[in-house]
Design a protein around this ligand. Structure first.
Ligand code: SF4
Length: 500
């Protein structure tokens, strides 16, 4: 999972306005989607410039860097690795200068036919400076002989399989692309000149430049983002989702243009985006995610009631479901775990050691609240089980009498190949343990998961709008058998090549 953002400033924004600053601001709202690296690429209409580094957005894209990144078009990316190691070379946006075009790309998702695509790259693995599927895609697009970037996309994308929501920058345009299933979200926003002024450091803009009549579509700015929350932070209005199989072309001084690279009709948005990954203040499929999660908690209370004294969320992501659970059950809602807000999300930490440290660093129980109480503890997922086990132990040490765990999602039986780093089935506790065995492992008094039917009732949308593959194994896009544990596929290939 990653965060992507793209912006084309309104024409006449002037040299004071910086697309890089707007893109960085938008990216801040997407920090939860990736914390390993951040970067921004800009174009002044003639040349592309790029800055990226390992680390959080605030430390990479700070005031010292941004002023040198001039231009009215920009894309930005924050990374959580699903292909390749966490090294500088693998940070995004990628950049490539081909015979026909210069390109920078930010990618959210994971390709499933990387080896096949590598076989199509002239010069092979040795030409790639990084070991990500995005680097490979960038090279294929830069090599494509079609004169125009959009034509190159239409030529190349039918050969590309898997999950990709892309923001692409060439000299003159920002282009948004979503794969034919729309696994990862991507939204289009409109940036009225007034809101740009509100986010600009220079509030002394010339009167009249921002007049309402100048705000028709060919005078507006345009934004692409992984989530609507990033539109909010830059003052852009939500226009619509980029459709699965669609290319949206943004150019200064023109209304957005839509081109299809795959037929319309398929929909398989990752349901986990709605359950857990995306921010609760974002909207997907026309639903506010806080409300969706609260309703999941209501369904959970109906499916798995518990006789306890308090309903308690695992902060922060379990809070909306816990609120819904408390409302339906009539059991009081109380905060009993305090989260240190300055540590990363444990699931996103790439190694087991980091994950373990993350859990103990980030949660502390409120002894006065939990002592002597029977607790219903609501969380949104159990992946490996180690985090939940530690939380139950923390609460028991703090004096909880009973701990009943309720999960506002079904058990995760299958790995994800579309951009979430659960690529090894044996890492998923539900794939090797029954619910009773998981209860025993985490040390809870009882354990209940929301059913797929319960998720759909909360969403009030049909099953075929979503990917549920990690819950039911029905992968919308076929996954080659040998892709399991292929996160480092391009690194293994480089090693083989270097050994001759
Ligand atoms: Fe989302 Fe699971 Fe599908 Fe992956 S397999 S896209 S995590 S629902």
């Amino acid at each position: 999972m990653c965060g992507v953002f793209g912006v084309v400033l309104p024409p006449g924004s002037g040299s004071d306005q910086s697309a890089a600053a707007i893109a960085s601001l938008g990216l801040f709202a997407l920090q939860h989607r990736g914390q390993e690296s951040a970067g921004v690429a800009v174009s002044d209409g003639d040349q592309l410039m790029l800055y990226k580094d390992l680390g959080m957005i605030a430390s990479v894209l700070d005031e010292r860097r941004l002023p040198s990144l001039k231009g009215e078009l920009a894309i930005a990316h924050c990374r959580y690795s699903t292909t390749g190691s966490t090294i500088w070379e693998n940070a995004q946006p990628t950049f490539r200068l081909g015979p026909r075009r210069a390109l920078a790309i930010g990618h959210n998702g994971n390709l499933v036919n990387t080896r096949e695509l590598l076989g199509q790259l002239r010069g092979g693995r040795g030409r790639l400076p990084a070991s990500t599927d995005t680097e490979l895609l960038t090279a294929l697009l830069a090599d494509e002989p079609a004169a125009d970037t959009v034509d190159a996309l239409v030529q190349v994308l039918p050969r590309v399989h898997g999950a990709y929501s892309l923001v692409i920058l060439d000299e003159r345009r920002v282009i948004g692309v979503r794969d034919p299933f729309g696994f990862r979200p991507l939204v289009l926003g409109r940036l009225p000149a007034d809101s740009l002024r509100a986010t600009s450091a220079d509030r002394l803009a010339i009167p009249g430049l921002w007049s309402a009549e100048a705000d028709d579509d060919d005078r507006a700015g345009w934004v692409l983002a992984s989530e609507t929350t990033a539109l909010d932070i830059v003052g852009a209005d939500f226009v619509r989702d980029v459709e699965p199989g669609e290319i949206v072309v943004l150019e200064a001084g023109r209304a957005p243009r839509s081109v299809r690279h795959a037929p319309a009709g398929s929909h398989a948005l990752c349901v986990f985006e709605l359950i857990y990954f995306a921010r609760p203040d974002s909207y997907m499929e026309g639903r506010n995610l806080y409300e969706v999660r609260r309703r999941m908690g209501e369904e959970l209370a109906r499916e798995h009631p518990a006789e306890t004294d308090l309903v308690m969320p695992v902060p922060d992501t379990g809070a909306p479901a816990a609120a819904g659970y408390a409302e339906v059950s009539g059991i009081p809602f109380r905060e009993g775990l305090i989260r240190n807000r300055y540590t990363g999300r444990t699931f996103i930490q790439p190694s087991q050691t980091m994950r373990h440290r993350g859990v103990t660093m980030k949660l502390n129980p409120l002894r006065e609240v939990v002592r002597g109480k029977r607790l219903t503890v609501v969380d949104d997922s159990i992946v490996r089980g180690t985090t939940t086990k530690q939380i139950v132990a923390l609460l028991r040490r703090a004096g909880a009498e009973e701990v009943h765990v309720r999960i506002s999602a079904p058990p995760i039986y299958h790995p994800c190949f579309y951009g979430i780093d659960t690529q090894v089935e044996t890492e998923l506790i539900a794939s090797t343990h029954t619910v009773e065995e998981i209860r025993d492992f985490i040390g809870a008094d009882s354990l209940g998961y929301l059913s797929i039917r319960g998720v759909l009732a909360a969403l009030d949308l049909p099953y075929d709008r979503f990917c549920f593959a990690c819950f039911d194994g029905r992968y919308p896009e076929p996954v080659p058998y040998d892709i399991a544990s292929r996160k480092f596929l391009l690194e293994e290939d480089a090693l083989v090549a270097s050994r001759g």
